[in-house]
Design a protein around this ligand. Sequence first.
Ligand code: HMG
Ligand code: MG
Length: 301
Amino acid sequence: MAIPKRVRVVEVGPRDGLQNEPTLVPAADKVAFIDRLTAAGLPFIEATSFVSPRWVPQLADAALVYPAIQKKPGVIYSVLVPNLVGLQRALDAGAQHIAVFTAASETFNQHNINASVDESLVRIGAVVAAARERGIPVRGYVSTSFGCPYEGAVKASAVADVAARLFELGLTDIALGDTHGGANPTLVTEVLDAVLKRVPLETLGVHFHDTHGRALANVYVALTYGIATVDASAGGLGGCPYAPGASGNLATEDLLVMLHEMGIETGVDLSHVLEACFWMETVLGRRLTSRHLQVARAQRL
Ligand code: HMG
Ligand code: MG
């Protein structure tokens, strides 16, 4: 399979990145961050989540953030939704695109959404049906696709089962989540071999956390399968509050540098992403640690 000539970068920093920040980021700063990411030309931005504010207090302001974003035509501004309560809140805020999530392992799912995998797929079925009635497109995540922070190894066949069930619900944008950053290139091969027997290539994306610095190697393997949707988070922000030890997502700037130097187009302007990261450092009061940001910082001095 030829490596894609163009990759769609899904920016998850405002949601996956910020959800793990211990200090509350003001809603206006979240909006300004998203507007900067829009200016960078990112085609798809996961802006916030309408999960329970008790479970993720950092994103309790989703109903303030989403409507205030300056929406650029053609850009997808998605929001994460766990259930019908979340969907209603998202619709009330004006959301036009949502993402649902479940996992390939039971223990993580219980910790993350207080439901078994089967229960969560029933919930997702109801959310997808209600979204479809309103013409709202839905993305789906399969968390713990490359291992579980509680159970360890996860069978590739279990990942394929869950991905296939999301596909049967009509989802055509399914991201395989490396929730705690446990993937490695061999494991990516095993999982993709299993999933691609059940789900068409063009529906699949990859979502790696970079806990052990292997995310780019994992992306490369996914590219060799022809996968052309890759999630990343500006500055490498992030982690899941319910996946102990998980670090941030693959940094958007690290991904862009690799893809662009490989001759793969993204339509995203690296310098604007860097500006968004340096600005976010001033909001958070600390340095972000992605590899390319260190290079860019040194070059700015
Ligand atoms: P629960 O406590 O079982 O909820 O939580 P419940 O249905 O029993 O309801 C309890 C109360 O919460 C009720 O209110 C509900 O109305 C309310 P009360 O009657 O007590 O006043 N409630 C809500 N309020 C606001 N928004 C809602 C909502 N739902 C119920 N949506 C629940 C179940 C799913 C809600 C909870 O577990 C939850 O919100 N979990 C989300 C955790 C989370 O956000 N994790 C991080 C995102 S996933 C991730 O990061 C992985 C990913 O990046 C991919 C990867 O890396 O693998 C996507
Ligand atoms: Mg994630």
